[in-house]
Design a protein around this ligand. Structure first.
Ligand SMILES: NC(=O)c1ccc[n+]([C@@H]2O[C@H](COP(=O)([O-])OP(=O)(O)OC[C@H]3O[C@@H](n4cnc5c(N)ncnc54)[C@H](O)[C@@H]3O)[C@@H](O)[C@H]2O)c1
Length: 440
């Protein structure tokens, strides 16, 4: 039996073992989705703590249901986690879900993907299907991963193992779309790889969209995120102008939305956050440079967004000034450090950048977030959240809405506060400036 026949036979019999490398926001939901279909899943983690949590069915990802994790780990015993990478040899398919951050110079930091390729190359058996889900620049699968795995393993892609790229599209906090019902793009290298990819992913994911190559799939993901980056930047810039012109941008967007075609609403805010939109377009920029190509729109969009936290600090300073108070010495309470509503993720959150800017101006900065008790900013400073009490609201010289968590009691917060800066249109009733509320 050939390697291809062997893996297809296993997939048909639900007898394949799927390895998932990196059990974070992307990897853990994916591992649970496969395990729920009765497939044996082995999670590989660098963090002992996460591997132990999974093995004890202790959930740490908001998008995973506690009962689902408990079911696959404790009841049917289809998911377990390990820090022993030699067990990659037990897997028929390995899916990589490790981070792809930028370094200090805004260049792709590929060390996590590189390490995973080294681990796979060292331990995999011939006949393994490998898929990358981490967001990255087009050509990564073919030109970055393939040589590392081939060199480390001594095996040949297309004959001894197969490669695929299938971008994760998870939208943390989305109540309707989860890993298993979000359409998934799959682009594998060669016909055999694509057949395996469709057969394997098709068991855990309801809708697949096969494309002709990994580089097309890589570009799809970058297109989706660049589209958001550019549109959010556009609306942020227009919001700044509208503020100067005494126009409520939120009212403008609502009215524009009444057009039934040709317009999609994007909303302004203190900047762009999360693990994807602030970072991914710069992955594309990196590879574009090697083709002697400048992506000017991405550059401009990034530039606008980078300036937003500073502009928001100015807005707060302006609001304090209207109350004859200075930023220096003012107590400023930030509501929400998550980068989007109703989630517990502060990564790349613009709220933290605005907080840093205000602290630099010697404000006494404090925060409350019902989902995040503590967090660390880009400069390694640890912030500890406070309980939201009436006393805290009354004591603050300024209360800033940085994340529109749906559990915030807006009316009550505004009633108890002496000054509010609303960067998220939390307070719907005021124009752009009232005695008490200043809006973006
Ligand atoms: N979070 C999202 O909303 C989202 C959405 C779509 C795509 N993505 C992309 O998916 C990828 C993963 O993102 P995430 O949010 O899940 O990150 P994460 O930080 O939540 O999870 C990554 C996990 O990988 C582990 N890890 C790091 N190096 C490892 C290694 N060598 N071996 C094993 N485990 C390792 C970390 O300990 C961590 O648990 C990134 O490329 C990201 O851009 C994320």
């Amino acid at each position: 039996m050939t390697n291809f026949e062997n893996i297809m036979k296993k997939i048909e019999a639900n007898a394949e073992v799927v390895g998932v490398i990196g059990l974070g926001y992307v990897g853990l939901p994916l591992a649970v989705s496969f395990a729920k279909q009765g497939i044996s899943v082995l999670g590989f983690e660098k963090s002992d703590k996460k591997a132990e949590s999974v093995n004890n069915a202790k959930n740490y990802i908001g998008d995973v249901k506690d009962e689902d994790l408990n079911y696959v780990v404790k009841e049917v015993k289809k998911l377990s986690a390990t820090t022993d990478f030699s067990r990659i040899q037990d897997c028929d398919a390995v899916i990589i879900c490790v981070p792809t951050p930028l370094d200090h110079f805004k260049k792709p930091d590929m060390k996590f993907i590189e390490q995973s390729c080294m681990d796979i190359g060292e331990y995999m058996k011939a006949g393994t299907f490998i898929s990358l889900e981490s967001t990255t620049y087009p050509t990564t699968t073919e030109d970055f991963m393939r040589p590392i795995i081939e060199k480390q393993s001594g095996l040949k892609e297309g004959r001894d193992f197969w490669l695929c790229f299938s971008p994760e599209r998870v939208d943390p906090g989305n109540k309707d779309y989860k890993t298993d019902n979000t359409p998934k793009v799959v682009g594998a290298l060669g016909a055999e790889a694509q057949t395996i990819a469709v057969a394997l992913y098709g068991k855990a994911i309801q809708y697949l969209y096969p494309v002709s190559s990994p580089r097309v799939a890589e570009m799809v993901k970058i297109l989706e995120n660049t589209y958001r980056l550019i549109n959010i930047s556009l609306i942020n810039e227009l919001a700044l102008l509208a503020g100067k012109m005494d126009i409520n941008i939120w009212e403008v967007i609502d009215a524009a939305k009444s057009k039934p075609y040709g317009f999609q609403a994007f909303y302004p805010g203190p900047g762009i956050g999360g693990h994807c939109i602030p970072l991914d377009p710069f992955y594309l920029e990196h590879i574009a440079k090697s083709f002697n190509f400048d992506l000017t729109m991405i550059n401009t969009a990034g530039n606008i967004n980078n300036q937003m936290p500073h502009k928001m600090m100015n807005k707060i300073m302006y609001a304090l000034n209207r109350k004859q108070k200075s930023m220096n010495g003012a107590t400023i309470l930030f509501l929400g450090v998550a980068y989007k509503p109703d989630i517990d993720d502060p990564r790349e959150s613009p709220a933290l950048l605005v907080m840093e800017e205000c602290a630099k101006k010697r404000a006494n900065v404090i925060y409350h977030d019902p989902y995040i008790n503590e967090c660390i900013d880009d400069h390694g400073k640890k912030w500890i959240g406070m309980d939201l009490t009436d006393e805290l609201l009354v004591q603050a010289d300024c209360v800033v809405f940085t994340t529109n968590h749906s559990c915030f009691n807006i009316e009550h917060i505004v009633a108890k506060s002496s000054l509010v800066v609303d960067l998220r249109n939390a307070v719907k009733t005021v124009h752009i400036e009232s005695d008490k509320v200043f809006k973006l």
